[in-house]
Design a protein around this ligand. Structure first.
Ligand code: FAD
Length: 311
């Protein structure tokens, strides 16, 4: 058994493991895919103090940093079940897809999230070639260009407002008959000059020249007519789904959207179980935030372990 088991090997998990190992605690990391979402990212320009890097390079750097310490890295391990300790200071158990299980007195859950995809032709093909999911990350790459934002909830409308200040033109596409964002955001967006808003519009295809995106096709749901918009970028904003399905029925408190509820010390409702990064209720999902949260969760785990002796 470990003193600390980190589940998830993205920026949050790597940071957490380095911190607990540096406290001298026996630490394991079990991850389905070490590196997490960072592995799927092209250019990263907002990891402060590193003006430019690329996802696979940052993922390799996470791995190198973790390897500096006596941390047991178990890659390609998908957690399927959490069995919390029955008494304070006791061992929690995590059961994996291969049937194995690991025990630890403290857990740090960092299983991240995934962007919901549109599932239309061209989306996967042009990912990172015009199809983007994170306006904070990729907005500046489209400076002066034409983009669409798909999704008229708060995140879509916020993204459209953000992008309208950076890019040349924004088209917001919403499937429903009206935008679902807060009125103050809708009013702000409607007041911007370089924005078109289309409701009852179903995105049917992302088109490109083989290298990059050059158009978006949508169907007007009132008339059934298909229309094409020429543009260089498509931001998909139809939801970020936390990887927390495996935690249902464990007694861990999740929000209706499946985020792990944490307090300002990264503690969950279960004593000794901490969580960090995109899988949690932390506002704003970013690499630098996930790392900060992972470190915070680790320091909280340290605090927990020194106050609760093993039974
Ligand atoms: P993740 O990176 O999602 O890592 C989760 C880890 O948990 C992975 O190792 C995963 O395999 C593992 N896991 C999941 N489920 C299980 C399970 N059941 N059992 C075991 N392991 C599991 N942010 C920026 O700051 N700048 C950017 O430029 C940027 N660009 C992005 C571009 C793209 C295309 C995407 C998708 C995201 C981007 N982000 C960017 C967001 C950033 O990647 C995330 O905020 C960050 O990776 C979150 O870190 P995390 O450790 O919380 O989770």
């Amino acid at each position: 058994p470990f003193e600390v088991l980190v589940v998830g090997g993205g920026p949050a998990g790597a940071a957490a493991a380095v911190y607990t190992a540096r406290k001298g605690f026996s630490t394991g990391i079990a991850a389905e895919r070490f590196g997490g979402q960072v592995q799927d990212t092209m250019g990263i320009e907002n990891f402060i103090s590193v003006p430019y890097t690329e996802g696979p390079k940052l993922a390799a750097a996470l791995e190198t940093h973790v390897a500096e310490y006596d941390i047991d890295v178990m890659n390609l391990q998908r957690a399927e079940k959490l069995i919390p300790a029955s008494d304070a200071g006791g061992y929690h158990e995590v059961v994996f897809a291969n049937g194995a299980s690991l025990k630890a007195r403290s857990l740090i859950l960092t299983t991240g999230a995934r962007w919901r995809n549109l599932g239309v032709p061209g989306e996967a093909e042009y990912k990172n070639k015009g199809v983007a999911y994170c306006p904070h990350c990729d907005g500046p790459l489209f400076k002066g260009k034409r983009v669409a934002v798909i999704g008229g909830g708060n995140s879509g409308v916020e993204a459209a407002i953000d992008l309208a200040n950076i890019v040349g033109h924004v088209t917001l596409i919403e499937f429903d008959t009206k935008l679902r964002a807060d009125q103050v955001l809708v009013d702000k967006l409607a007041s911007m000059k370089n924005v078109d808003i289309f409701t009852s519009a179903q995105t049917t295809e992302v088109e490109g020249d083989g290298e990059k995106v050059n158009a978006l096709v949508y169907k007007d749901r009132n008339t059934g007519e298909e229309r094409k918009i020429e543009l260089e970028g498509v931001f998909v904003q139809i939801g970020l789904v936390p990887n927390s399905e495996w935690l249902k029925d464990s007694g861990l408190e999740l929000t209706g959207r499946g985020e792990i509820v944490i307090d300002d010390k990264a503690a969950t409702n279960l004593p000794g179980v901490f969580a960090a990064g995109d899988v949690t209720t932390v506002p704003y999902k970013q690499i630098i935030i996930a790392m900060g949260e992972g470190s915070k969760a680790a320091l909280s785990a340290f605090d927990y372990l020194i106050r609760n002796e093993a039974p």
